[in-house]
Design a protein around this ligand. Structure first.
Ligand code: PHB
Length: 249
C-alpha cells in the first residue's frame, strides 16, 4: 500500500477515517472527518469519495456521510457475532417473554462489553445499552461476567488500572472487584444493583462454546426487583444457546 508523507499506509488512513464514527457521532462532513482523523483535507475528501463510491460510506443531500449499509453487510458475513446472535435470538425471546424487561447479548471486545443484540419490552424500564454500543467491564453485569471468565492477564490488567465510578455503587475497589469476580465464577451469575445506573439492576450469566465463555446474556431490571425469575430464565436460555452452538446449527 502506498504511504503518505506521514508514513501511514492507505489502510491505516482508511481505518482512521472509519474510526471517527461513534455511537454518538454517526453523520459527519469530510472536513470534520479529516480534522478528527488528523488527515489533510484533500486526503480526507479523496478517501471519503472513494469509500462512498465503494458503498462503505453513504452521502446525504447535505453532503454529509454516514457508515454505509454495505459495510454492515460485509462485516456480518460469516462473522462470529452473527453466528452467536442467531443462536441466541430465539432464547432471548423466551427470556423476554418470561421477564418482560430488556434482554442483551454481549461479547468481550478490546477490554469492553460490546452489545450484539438487545430486545426491549414496551413496558421495560431504563436501559443504557445500545446494539453496537459498549459498556465498561467492571461496571455492567455483562461486563462483570465477561471479566470473571476472561484470561488471567486481562483480568489483572483491568484490576490494576483505575476503576472508574459510573454510579454511586460501581465497584471501584480492586480487592472488592476481585472478590466479586471469584463469586461470579463460583455461582455462574451476577446481580449488579446500581452498578452503572442507580435506578437499574443488571443480571447476567455466561454463555460457553466448546468450554470457553464467549458471551454474556443479561437482563436489566428496575432497581429493587426480585432477580430470581431473571436468573432462572437466563440460565435456561444460556443452556439452550450452548446446545445450538455445540450442534453447529
Ligand atoms: C447492567 O448490565 O448492569 C446494566 C446495563 C444497562 C443498564 C443498567 C444496568 O441501563
Amino acid at each position: 500500500m502506498a504511504n503518505s508523507g506521514s508514513g501511514d499506509s492507505m489502510t491505516v488512513r482508511i481505518v482512521r477515517v472509519l474510526e471517527t464514527f461513534s455511537a454518538d457521532r454517526t453523520v459527519q462532513t469530510a472536513a470534520q472527518i479529516g480534522r478528527r482523523a488528523g488527515l489533510a483535507s484533500s486526503t480526507a475528501h479523496r478517501i471519503v469519495d472513494d469509500l462512498v463510491d465503494a458503498g462503505l460510506l453513504e452521502r446525504d443531500d447535505e453532503h454529509r456521510v454516514r457508515l454505509g449499509l454495505r459495510l454492515w453487510e460485509l462485516a456480518l458475513r460469516g462473522s462470529r457475532a452473527l453466528r452467536l446472535r442467531q443462536a441466541a435470538l430465539p432464547h432471548m425471546e423466551l427470556v423476554q417473554t418470561r421477564v418482560r424487561e430488556h434482554t442483551q447479548l454481549a461479547v468481550l471486545e478490546q477490554e469492553e462489553a460490546l452489545f450484539l443484540e438487545r430486545l426491549s419490552h414496551p413496558e421495560a424500564g431504563a436501559n443504557i445499552t445500545r446494539v453496537a454500543g459498549r459498556l465498561p467491564l467492571h461496571a455492567s453485569s455483562s461486563g462483570l461476567v465477561l471479566l470473571a471468565f476472561a484470561s488471567h492477564e486481562l483480568r489483572e490488567r483491568v484490576l490494576a488500572a483505575p476503576l472508574r465510578r459510573l454510579a454511586p455503587e460501581t465497584v471501584t475497589d480492586a480487592a472488592a472487584l476481585r472478590r466479586l469476580l471469584a463469586e461470579v465464577r463460583r455461582s455462574g451469575y451476577v446481580v449488579a444493583a446500581g452498578s452503572i445506573e442507580q435506578v437499574s439492576t443488571g443480571v447476567a450469566v455466561p454463555i460457553r462454546d466448546a468450554g470457553e465463555v464467549v458471551a454474556a446474556l443479561s437482563v436489566v431490571l428496575p432497581r429493587g426487583a426480585d432477580p430470581e425469575v431473571a436468573i432462572a430464565a437466563l440460565r435456561s436460555a444460556a443452556r439452550g444457546i450452548e446446545a445450538v452452538l455445540a450442534s453447529g446449527r
